[in-house]
Design a protein around this ligand. Structure first.
Ligand code: NAD
Length: 299
């Protein structure tokens, strides 16, 4: 039988990911700062403990799925963090989207304790997490990639090795900058079409058969009523929070500043998502940019 896997961070993504590891036959030992977050997993047979340190004491392979850099720093190096109790030779995989420099710091701190840290952020959203169809972008020692893939394969279709630690985060930040730009473009395009009297389902069909097609138009359409099973069909609940997208665009902005790279549309996307956070959209899915643009125009 398989040895237990630790899982830290049981939110929109972490819960379905951990459920897929359970389905894959791995006993799960998990924790979250909000104990209620572990309820669903517990009902499926996972053991829920109080702190990351306790998880590290019981499992030598651990996956973290936390909101942002400060939460990852806390969960690894805090007073009840993983590194307080980590076993030598442990494999620590962080799938959160965070600053690549924080991933490097966590790798150094882990190495001091005799453990290996890899970054493996994901693309795919909550739907893909539930269906085990995520894409993982992995950074860290290449010789550990096979061991990481064994677990990642239970939660996703693709795992791409991107380079040394932090490289997965770099790839993820690039993807999400393009995702944000594409979503804003799709939302403003759909709104213009509506204003021109076009039916949104018809316009979506046209885009998806034409050169304007993108993931936001054909898989995650932001206009209510165009698609089922997406956040726009559910008052923009669940999915990928606007606050998290604003965080990722902030990472794009700061890494672009560090490398003196022009990102004119990425910067504009960052400002738009930050403005949305300040106007009450923080916890809605990021496709609510469509609703935001509609409100702006009516003022
Ligand atoms: P979420 O906010 O739904 O879940 C995060 C969970 O972590 C929460 O349950 C929170 O209580 C817990 N947490 C926070 N600090 C903790 C700590 N110190 N110790 C233990 N638990 C702690 O976020 P999510 O949507 O699941 O996203 C997680 C990460 O994945 C983010 O970095 C996000 O950018 C990325 N991501 C999300 C999506 C998506 O569609 N939601 C897609 C790809 C990547």
């Amino acid at each position: 039988s398989k040895t237990p896997v630790g899982f830290i961070g049981l939110g929109n993504m972490g819960t379905p990911m951990a459920l897929n590891l359970l389905k894959g036959g791995y006993p799960i030992i998990a924790t979250d700062v909000f104990p209620e977050s572990g309820k669903q997993l517990q009902d499926h047979g996972a053991q829920i403990l109080d702190t990351p340190a306790e998880v590290a004491d019981k499992a030598d392979r651990i996956i973290t799925m936390l909101p942002s850099s400060p939460n990852v720093i806390e969960a690894y190096t805090g007073p009840n963090g993983v590194l307080r109790k980590v076993k030598k030779g442990s494999l620590l995989i962080d799938s959160s989207t965070i600053d690549p420099s924080v991933a490097k710091e966590m790798a150094l701190a882990s190495e001091k304790m005799g453990a290996v840290f890899m970054d493996a952020p994901v693309s795919g959203g909550v739907g893909a997490a539930s269906l085990a169809k995520l894409t993982f972008m992995v950074g860290g020692p290449e010789e550990e990639f096979t061991a990481a893939k064994e677990l990642l394969g239970c939660m996703g279709h693709n795992a791409l090795y991107c380079g040394k630690v932090g490289a997965g985060q770099a790839a993820k930040i690039c993807n999400n900058m393009l995702l944000a730009i594409g979503m804003i473009g799709t939302a403003e395009t759909m709104n213009l079409g509506l204003r021109l009297g076009l039916d949104p389902k018809l316009l979506t069909q046209v885009l998806n058969m034409s050169s304007g097609r993108c993931w936001s138009s054909d898989t995650y359409n932001p206009v209510p009523g165009v698609m089922e099973g997406v956040p726009s069909a559910n008052n923009y609940l669940g999915g990928f929070g606007t606050m998290l997208m604003a965080k990722d665009l902030g990472l794009a902005q700061s890494t672009a500043t560090d490398t003196k790279t022009p990102i004119p549309l990425g910067s504009l996307a960052h400002q738009l998502y930050r403005t949305m956070c300040a106007r009450g959209y923080a916890n809605k899915d990021f496709s609510s940019i469509f609703q935001f643009l509609r409100e702006e125009e009516s003022q």
